[in-house]
Ligand binder design. Structure first.
Ligand code: GAP
Length: 515
């Protein structure tokens, strides 16, 4: 297994062992691509939600939140285009019987060519050192140019075939490129077929077609159908946004890679309503805001990149992904989509209700345009978890498992640990715990050696441990241990609360997002 494969396996095992994520219905051998969050997982998830919600709703005077129902009138999904166009092009390998998304097979092939280019660049960087001009190298090296041309040709074909839903040509492209099944190694492919990703169920007791309803595949439509309700009752003026966090469901075919692609997941979406014609400006604005939100976490910036879409979803005129370097490579973490007036107009047509805004400055009615930011909460969770996990080599040949979470997102902020169970130390520790737990999620523990307790806190990503020892009783001081450096400092109990507040506060993140 490759190093990155090994790393990913360790992360999955760690997240189960320490109560972050469990397979759903595990005693019945699980349910494909469905997961439950455990005691520490739910805290991390809530903190991510909180960071997103505060950055959207609290920091923007012109953004408000809602919580709409998962079940919606079935015509919503006809109007939105999901009944007709929310499809994946699928292809099966006849030997392994494994099913793949045709476009993903081709994109993986492109990624391999990109890998070759990167190797050439890395080799040249080593050879030429400081004097290396990467731009010039990319523009003149023949092997790089040939590979770049290959990529552009394939991308162009892929874009055309996807846009035209030309499934025969998609299959031919897979064959022409000689793409083999990663499992069987064979090139024995079925035809490419379209597959709708929505789950359906029935409402009421009579089972005919009129009762078929869908589990929402995105939260965005709950915002569109409430656009006027919120605009009128909140007296909102364009530009303004509506944010929502909630569950979404997709019958993913290629559901793998742990919580990266799930059948039941959560989205954090914000729809920003703007004047027609202002779409480019706001699209760029939200791209910048969203990458800033990610960078504020302190995860290396090199782990993020933008990827502009080749194939637009049926509702968008421009779309870009923020990709993250997961243990299995760069993949989509968030989407920023310029959705034009597609959705509101479609709902006007299907509902026969006007969904327009009266612009007092312009003295006219119009259907607003929309720029959307859409991030999967579970993918965000995986990005934080995977970039925080380390099997650290320590002096003396020991190792420790540590989760270097950004302190504001850590499930437990402070562990309160009496050095021993005797001499009144637990009583003193309890009184400190009582003080801190009013503000922060804290953990009290007195069992096992202090070293073992530190390790357990490292493994769940607790940024600080406060240890109560005999000096505490004499001088009213405690030790504050830093998870990442493992260094300890002595601080007075009088200052303790303030010091902890400053270190773990969500404001450390929010302050970086100047609006
Ligand atoms: N409203 C627009 C929309 O839903 P999308 O690109 O299909 O756009 C947005 O999804 C985000 O939702 C993705 O960037 C990803 O983070 C998350 N997402 C989509 N499908 C997912 C799945 N099956 N499992 C987990 N997260 C998913």
């Amino acid at each position: 297994m490759s190093n990155t494969g090994e790393q990913f396996k360790n992360i999955i095992a760690h997240s189960k062992e320490y109560g972050f994520i469990f397979p759903s219905s595990e005693i019945y051998d699980g349910l494909g691509a469905v997961y439950d969050y455990g005691q520490f997982g739910v805290e991390l998830k809530n903190n991510i939600k909180n960071y997103w919600w505060k950055s959207m709703v609290q920091l923007h005077e012109n953004i408000v939140g809602i919580d709409s129902a998962i079940f919606m009138h079935p015509t919503v999904w006809k109007a939105s285009g999901h009944v007709d166009a929310f499809n994946d092009p699928l292809v099966d390998n006849k030997d392994s019987k494994k099913r793949y998304r045709a476009d993903v097979l081709i994109e993986d092939y492109i990624a391999k060519i990109e890998g070759k280019i990167k190797k050439e660049v890395d080799k040249a960087t080593k050879r030429f050192g400081d004097s290396f001009d990467e731009k010039q190298f990319r523009e003149t090296n023949q092997r790089v140019l040939d590979n770049q041309k290959k990529i552009e040709d394939i991308e162009q074909k892929l874009k055309t075939f996807l846009e035209e839903s030309d499934l025969e040509s998609l299959k031919k492209l897979i064959e022409d490129l000689g793409i083999a099944c990663p499992i069987s190694g064979s090139k024995n492919w079925t035809d490419v077929r379209q597959f709708n990703l929505m789950f359906s169920t029935q409402m009421g007791s009579v089972s005919d077609d009129t009762d078929v309803i869908y589990l929402r595949p995105e939260t965005a439509q709950g915002i569109y159908v409430n656009f006027l309700n919120v605009q009128k009752t909140g007296r909102m003026k364009i530009p303004f946004g509506i944010a929502q966090i909630g569950k979404a469901f997709r019958n993913e075919i290629v559901a793998r890679q742990f919580i990266f692609r799930m059948r039941e997941f959560e989205q954090m979406e914000m729809q920003f309503f703007i004047k027609p014609g202002d779409d480019k400006k706001w699209y760029e604005y939200w791209k910048e805001q969203r990458i800033k939100w990610h960078h504020a976490l302190g995860i290396p910036k090199s782990k993020y990149r933008f990827h502009d879409h080749l194939k637009m979803a049926h509702y968008a005129n421009a779309a870009s992904d923020i990709e993250f370097e997961f243990p299995f490579g760069f993949k989509e973490l968030e989407g920023i989509h310029s959705r034009t007036d597609f959705d509101l107009k479609a709902h006007e047509e299907h509902s026969n209700k006007k969904l327009q805004y009266f612009d007092a400055e312009e003295n006219k009615n119009y259907v607003p345009y929309v720029v959307e930011t859409s991030i999967g909460l579970d993918r965000m969770f995986l990005s934080v978890l995977s970039s925080s996990f380390e099997k650290e080599q320590l002096e003396g040949g020991n190792t420790r498992d540590v989760l270097h979470f950004p302190p504001a997102l850590a499930p437990i902020k402070v562990a309160v640990l009496p050095l021993t169970k005797k001499d009144g130390l637990p009583d003193k520790a309890r009184s400190i715990m009582k003080q801190l737990m009013l503000k922060h999620n804290c953990h009290y523990e007195e069992k096992d050696s202090i070293g073992k307790r530190y390790r357990r806190q490292d493994a769940i990503g607790t940024p600080y441990c406060i240890t109560i020892d005999h000096e505490t009783l004499e001088k009213d001081t405690v030790t504050l241990r830093n998870r990442d450096t493992m260094e300890q400092e002595r601080i007075s109990i009088a200052e303790m609360e303030k010091i902890v507040d400053e270190k773990v506060s969500m404001n450390n993140l929010l302050n970086q997002l100047s609006v």
